[in-house]
Design a protein around this ligand. Structure first.
Ligand code: S3P
Length: 177
């Protein structure tokens, strides 16, 4: 992999991006960069509080800002928040970083996983299932447009997803040679 070829994980809340990112980090020894963690570090409070105090729009500005400044010297594992595909500038920024992998599952599985924790401000609503469904529908085509690879995680452990990603990347690299 050359310096630009990081592995960039995108996908809905509940897809397992953070956990898969950790597995990829362990398997490859590459550094892991997480845009949510970077935004949180900037504000000094958790995401729920950023949304509450400053609003979603401010979070989105910070998210794009973090992405603009991401320029790892070596390939890295880049983990992103589920809404990162909502801004078209972000799509180019993601592609510039390396191979974009869409981590996904069927909608019901994603929602069930995403609801296990109550720290996702977008789901702290009266009807979180409907909110999730709307986001899922709005974002499907954006993830598809941004991604080089799509991995269905419904029946896989996080580590199996990481293994699948690395195998698929090897296949792609072999085809390019
Ligand atoms: C969001 C997903 C979250 C986080 C924020 C907004 C979204 O990240 O960025 O709560 O819009 O889907 P995860 O995908 O890691 O939950």
């Amino acid at each position: 992999m050359n310096a630009a070829k990081s592995i960039v994980l995108i996908g809905m809340m509940g897809a397992g991006k953070s956990s898969v990112g950790r597995c990829l980090q362990q398997r490859t020894g590459l550094a892991r960069l997480d845009t949510d963690e970077m935004v949180v570090a900037q504000f000094g409070v958790p995401i729920a509080q950023i949304f509450e105090k400053h609003g979603e729009e401010r979070f989105r500005i910070a998210e794009t800002d973090v992405l603009r400044k991401l320029a790892p010297e070596r390939p890295a594992i880049v983990v992103t928040g589920g809404g990162i595909v909502g801004n078209t500038e972000n799509l180019d920024l993601l592609k510039r970083l390396g191979t974009v992998v869409w981590v996904t599952a069927d909608e019901a599985t994603l929602f069930e996983r995403a609801s296990r924790r109550n720290d996702r401000p977008l789901l702290q609503k009266e009807n979180p299932r409907a909110v999730f469904s709307k986001l899922f529908r709005e974002r499907e085509s954006l993830y598809a447009a941004a991604a080089d690879l799509r991995v269905d995680t419904s029946a896989l452990t996080h580590d199996e997803v990481a293994e699948t990603i690395l195998n698929r990347l090897e296949e792609v690299t072999a085809l390019q040679q």
